[in-house]
Design a protein around this ligand. Structure first.
Ligand code: BGP
Length: 472
């Protein structure tokens, strides 16, 4: 017996900067990550994505492995700077050709592409004119999206505009750990507002081009968010209030605009009074309202326990992989994320809590109705053991199996979950943690010309796919 609907997609995920390499190949322009990762002290031991897994040159080998594993879908992102080296203006035909070749190779193996338009690698040329703080970037994004639809819209049916806005805005403009390295909540909220507008504009163009027959009639477009369910650390009223605030700031702020077309009203009022942002221009409200998602993508790794926070002011996270080295994360006066004393944790201090996937999806269903859901990321970051030359990633198998069962529970409870994309297909670059934090089904031997090697989990997932999840 399988709990998964017949059309359920068995995928795996990646993102351009983390896997492609070829950072300046064939006319590609620099992105903010190309520059940022080369600044001293920004990433784990100075690691960067210049070479990554060299998927740009080895995608055929990678797609052959996907086909061997049995994937029915593959989620990847397009590097904006390959298509528009300066973010707008002149198109780079070699970049367009690369994604055609990748997509054609996937289709040849009956693997459905799921295309993410933006997985954090903003063209540096647009950062230079203000990045997401500028409405010119919104215009440039709509044009970039349109080029993608015109080129690839007849081939791909699954599209997502943005990946994890809470992370690239939160880390880019509040904690300062991602580019552009700003620490200013008001600027964060304005940049974030522009991302929602860019999403809405891209959805609008998608539907126009679909109407014109340039995009497949069965194509759909969504937005990918972090799914991080929160629980209060105790039943003290202040912790319950802190949890509600965390839900508002981390979840509703990012889901409401794309699924309801508006911000959570109370929080918006608070932000505008306290910080003076986000500021709306005429037409913004209508634009958001008119362009809701066809589906929502959820990236689930962990849940968080939340407590009232009179004291902690820390936004640094564990990037070493030494369990217990992370400090409490919190915004003083608002809330903090605290360790669950009886919780199970990864070496990066992320709580392993499969039920959170079920709970989180059902919370979304309760708030937004039965919108189609794709689990666009889920996975275990670990330093995988190698025994007698084999990568024996039993911990990953255990993690994924338990989360797949949790996804099945959400489906049994009535949620419309349509696909599962573990992070990641091959090992790849972790933004701040380098290559030591592995997620893949396929090991990349960095000491041996990036040779690909199937891990134990590769064969495990192959069997899950073959049985359509029956043997879990
Ligand atoms: C998500 C991102 C991915 C990926 C993943 C794992 O937030 O969408 O790009 O990196 O998290 O995170 P990390 O690499 O920090 O372990």
């Amino acid at each position: 017996m399988t709990a998964f609907p017949e059309q359920f997609l068995w995928g795996a995920a990646s993102a351009a900067y983390q896997v492609e390499g070829g950072h300046d190949a064939d006319g590609k322009g620099p992105s903010i990550w190309d520059l940022y990762a080369h600044l001293p002290g920004t990433t784990h031991e100075g690691t960067n994505g210049d070479l990554a897994a060299d998927h740009y040159h080895r995608f055929k080998e990678d797609v052959a492995l996907m086909a061997e594993q049995g994937l029915t879908s593959y989620r990847f992102s397009i590097a904006w700077t390959r298509l528009f080296p300066a973010g707008r203006g002149a198109v780079n035909p070699a970049g367009v050709a690369f994604y055609h070749a990748l997509i054609d190779e996937l289709l040849r193996h009956n693997i459905k592409p799921m295309i993410t338009l933006y997985h954090w690698d903003l063209p540096q040329a647009l950062q230079d004119i203000g990045g997401w703080e500028s409405r010119e970037t919104v215009d440039a994004f709509a044009d970039y999206a349109e080029l993608c639809y015109r080129e690839f819209g007849a081939k791909a049916e699954l599209w997502a505009t943005f990946n994890e806005t809470v992370v690239f805005i939160g880390m880019g403009y509040i904690t300062g750990a991602h580019p552009p390295g700003v620490r200013d909540p008001a600027r964060a909220l304005q940049a974030c507002h522009h991302v929602f507008l860019a999403h809405a504009r891209a959805v609008q163009r998608f539907r126009e081009l679909k109407q014109d027959g340039l995009v497949r009639h069965d194509a759909v477009i969504g937005f990918v968010n972090v799914l991080q369910p929160h629980a209060s650390a105790s039943d003290r009223p202040e912790d319950i209030a802190a949890r509600a605030l965390a839900d508002g700031c981390f979840t509703h702020w990012f889901y409401d605009p794309v699924l309801r077309g508006e911000y959570p009203a109370e929080l918006l009022q608070w932000a505008q009074e306290a910080l003076g942002a986000p500021l709306f221009a005429p037409g913004d409200t209508e634009l958001l309202k008119a362009n809701l998602c066809d589906f929502i993508g959820v990236n689930y790794y962990k849940r968080e326990l939340v407590a009232a926070n009179p004291d902690v002011d820390n936004t640094r996270i564990n990037t070493s992989g030494e369990k217990g080295s992370g400090r409490e994360f919190g915004f003083r006066g608002l809330f903090k994320l605290v360790r669950n004393p009886s919780g199970e944790y990864t070496d990066w201090d992320w709580e392993i809590y499969p039920r959170g996937l079920t709970e989180g999806i059902l919370q979304l269903k309760a708030r937004y109705g039965n919108v189609p859901v794709y689990i666009t990321e889920n996975g275990l970051g670990a330093k995988d053991p190698i025994i007698d030359g084999e990568v024996v990633d039993d911990a990953r198998i255990d993690y994924l199996a338990r989360h797949l069962k949790a996804a099945a529970d959400a489906i049994a409870a009535g949620a419309d979950v349509r696909g599962y994309y573990p992070w990641s297909f091959t090992d790849l670059l972790s933004w701040l943690n380098g290559y030591q934090k592995q997620y893949g089904f396929v090991y990349i031997d960095r000491d041996n010309h990036l040779a690909r090697q199937r891990k134990k989990s590769f064969f495990w997932y192959q069997e899950v796919i073959r049985s359509h999840g029956a043997g879990l």
